[in-house]
Design a protein around this ligand. Structure first.
Ligand SMILES: [Cu+2]
Length: 502
């Protein structure tokens, strides 16, 4: 932590108190982690609100909804590397006196990177340990507030003028006998000394500003930028060229060659037609060469599409790579890939989608919409798949190893979060943090086990529940469209729901 000398760090932390709105990118604009955690008999609904500057404090909330939990201790540690083997001493979470199932705590995130919060859960059913991945990045350089700047400026000017006054008085009056009047020569020397002191102070201020700018530029290199991606469409072949991010600092470097498969694919790409969000595709480009993802696009209605490509680095750090393509009217289209799916909800301008969404094959997706939805509040959003007779579907299958996939997308494109029933953390990172991988089906955690086994068993597993829940909280107010994907028999359904968050 040699980035800042401590006065500057303290000042930066102080400035957090004067935070201004910002845009974040870890999905896109959705930094907080909402996770449904299973650890043996214990179930925790975890919310981790990450800081927007690093070092910074993350606040952690956990609600127990399984076996009774007596105490929870938390500790932050990297997901991979030597430091991941030596967790620091854990801190106890505070148990709410009003609600014994609710725990709160906070932890310092001291460096950017791929972190996890490890939970040690204790209760009558014994002790369990489980980890939740937390990508920690600085998302913003905080601008000083106008009023604060003016106040500090006036105080600074007062210091300079006072200093000049002290110098003038010292030169003119210091050796004068009481009551004597300073000579014209003394007065002239006082004026010269005052001018000299002003020059020295101007130089000091200029030097201080230069030093500050160097520090700020160094910090700005650590502010998170997603890796750049350049799309190229030729016929229906889409290439996504991903460039490593190199801010010139080792700790902010992210490679375009270290991707982990996440529920079976290296990239999960959502293509959403702009501006009406009336066509959505969930696609899976393959690596054609290092840093180059390629896919033969299916038939797509023409227009401009926003692309959100989710990848996970080898250290468990997830990124959403954003770009835009224009699909021409005469683009040839191939078939959808086996894990690919699409939907065509009504355009945004035709009003709001309600709580039930009619699917092309007669099935219906239903949202148990909460009576109120507010920003920065954790929910378990619940959806059901009904068959053509309005009965809960009995032929629901895991879709890429999960009961469902959700994408929460703000209509202005400022928020995109692709989440799962386990939560908003990337599955590959979750597995890494809990000591397993997609190649290792014999891992130790129930939820992860199910996923890994479902993937091994492909599409021929037992029918699963027709109800699916997604832990999530909207990061800001505004209008969102939610895309929900579930699979029954061999059909992947894409439902859509609108919500305005006040
Ligand atoms: Cu998914």
């Amino acid at each position: 932590m040699k980035r800042f000398s401590s006065p500057i760090r303290i000042l930066l932390l102080l400035l957090c108190a004067f935070a201004v709105p910002f845009r974040a990118h870890a999905h896109v604009g959705s930094k907080d982690v909402y996770e449904q955690v299973d650890a043996g008999p214990y179930k925790l609904f975890v919310t981790i609100r990450t800081p927007i500057v690093i070092p910074g404090v993350a606040s952690v909330e956990a609600r127990s909804n399984g076996a009774t939990v007596k105490s929870i201790r938390i500790t932050p540690l990297p997901i991979t590397g030597e430091a991941s083997k030596h967790p620091p001493t854990s801190d106890p979470m505070t148990n709410s006196s009003a609600d014994p199932a609710f725990f709160t705590g906070s932890i310092w995130m001291m460096a950017s990177g791929s972190w996890q919060v490890r939970f040690e859960i204790a209760g009558d059913a014994g002790t369990q340990t489980v980890s939740v991945p937390v990508p920690a990045v600085a998302l913003s350089t905080l601008k000083m507030q106008h009023g604060l700047g003016i106040t500090l400026g006036i105080l600074g000017l007062f210091l300079v003028v006072s200093m000049a006054g002290i110098v003038a008085a010292a030169v003119r009056d210091a050796r004068l006998a009481p009551g004597a009047i300073p000579s014209p020569d003394l007065r002239r020397r006082a004026i010269l000394a005052t001018a000299g002191s002003l020059v020295v102070m101007a130089l000091l201020i200029w030097g201080g500003a230069a030093w500050w700018n160097v520090e700020a530029a160094s910090y700005a290199l650590d502010v998170y930028h997603p890796m750049a991606v350049t799309p190229a469409l030729s016929g229906n072949t889409l290439d996504l060229n991903v460039q490593s991010y190199d801010g010139g600092k080792e700790r902010s470097f992210r490679s375009n060659k270290d991707f982990l498969p996440d529920h079976g694919h290296l990239m999960h790409l959502y293509a959403i037609r702009e501006p009406e969000m009336d066509a959505v595709f969930h696609l899976h480009p393959e690596l054609a060469s290092a840093g180059d993802f390629r896919i033969s696009l299916p038939a797509m209605p023409s227009g401009t599409y926003k692309l959100y490509g989710d990848i996970v680095h080898a250290n468990g750090f997830p990124e959403t790579l954003v770009s835009t393509i224009t699909v021409p009217a005469d683009m040839p289209g191939g078939p959808l890939g086996p894990d690919d799916a699409n939907g065509s909800p009504q355009p945004l301008s035709q009003g709001q989608l309600g709580n039930s969404y009619k699917l092309p094959d007669g099935y219906v997706m239903v949202w148990d919409r909460p009576s109120t939805v507010s920003a920065n509040t954790a929910y378990a959003f619940r959806f059901h798949l009904l068959d053509a007779n309005g009965k809960p579907a009995t032929d629901v299958q895991p879709y890429m190893g999960m009961a469902g996939h959700a994408a929460f997308v703000k209509t202005d494109g400022a928020v995109f979060a692709h989440t799962h029933p386990e939560g908003s953390a990337a599955m590959a990172a979750l597995m890494l943090a809990n000591g397993s991988s997609e190649n290792d089906a014999s891992d130790r955690h129930g939820a992860m086990n199910t996923v890994a086994m479902n993937m091994d068993m492909g599409t021929h597993s037992e029918p699963i529940s027709s109800t699916v829940e997604f832990p999530y909280g909207f990061p800001s107010s505004g209008r969102y469209r939610i895309f929900i994907q579930m699979k029954h028999s061999a059909t992947i359904e894409t439902g859509a729901f609108d919500v305005v968050v006040p």
